[in-house]
Write a protein that binds this ligand. Structure first.
Ligand SMILES: N[C@@H](CCC(=O)N[C@@H](CS)C(=O)NCC(=O)O)C(=O)O
Length: 231
């Protein structure tokens, strides 16, 4: 039985835009594991109630259910040790944990501010009110107000990526010569933007854009094939 992944979708079933789900999609591809994805919308909480929580990704592998992208990566690593490693050992897990926390607490909020109005526009009708209400509560202002000054905000956002840029100037991937799970964590944020928004969060000459291009092409162009915008 193929692994099943509940994967956030927009208005169209094939618009898969969750940064956390993209981490898992690429982790599964890295392991060479086939997956059947199930399009899921924010308001379909009952469809994933069996996972005892209300967020995706949710992975179902036979009798095992795992929610949370980090827990899924750790599960895949221990359940499929003979497949290519996602972390390259305990040191890699430790460093990737930092990358995961940086992405969740700094990178994702930074990207969200730039694209949130476009994310809303891509949603299925049934998700729009829920998304607006929950996110406006989180930001303390309307979605339009959050993104209103994005032409200005993108400048400090790009500067904030300097540690990532400096790293990718001297090595092809965060994992070194080849990508590992740390790359997929960070890439998920850029794929979130690419699948929802035409707003250019990177300049074309940025080394981060070149790295993003390599990951868009990875695994037979899995991420590039997803409906999205320019990059
Ligand atoms: N820490 C979790 C976060 C999962 C998460 O927040 N997923 C979002 C989609 S990107 C979600 O399902 N949100 C549901 C909601 O906001 O109701 C992970 O890494 O998987």
């Amino acid at each position: 039985m193929a692994i099943k992944l509940y994967d956030l979708a927009g208005a169209e079933a094939d618009r898969r835009f969750s940064p956390n789900c993209w981490r898992t999609r690429l982790a599964l591809a890295h392991k060479g594991l086939p997956v059947e994805t199930v399009p899921w919308r924010f308001t379909e909480k009952e469809a994933i109630a069996f996972s005892s929580q209300g967020r995706v990704p949710v992975l179902v592998d036979g009798a095992t259910t795992v929610a949370d992208s980090w827990a899924i990566a750790e599960y895949l690593e221990q359940a499929y040790p003979d497949r290519p490693s996602l972390f390259g050992g305990a040191t890699g897990v430790a460093l990737a944990r930092f990358v995961n926390n940086w992405a969740d607490t700094v990178l994702h909020p930074g990207v969200a501010r730039l694209i949130i109005v476009d994310v809303h526009a891509r949603l299925h009708d049934k998700d729009r009110d829920y998304f607006r209400t929950s996110r406006e509560q989180r930001f303390g202002k309307t979605l339009e107000a959050v993104s209103a000054d994005r032409e200005t905000q993108v400048v400090p956002f790009r500067l904030s990526l300097q540690p990532l840029r400096a790293t990718l100037e001297v090595q092809a991937y965060l994992g070194g010569a080849a990508p590992n799970y740390a790359d997929y964590i960070v890439f998920g944020a850029f794929q979130w933007a690419r699948t929802t928004s035409p707003f250019p969060i990177l300049t074309a000459d940025d080394p981060i854009a070149a790295w993003r291009g390599r990951l868009l092409d990875a695994f037979g162009g899995l991420a590039r094939a997803a409906p999205g915008y320019a990059a």
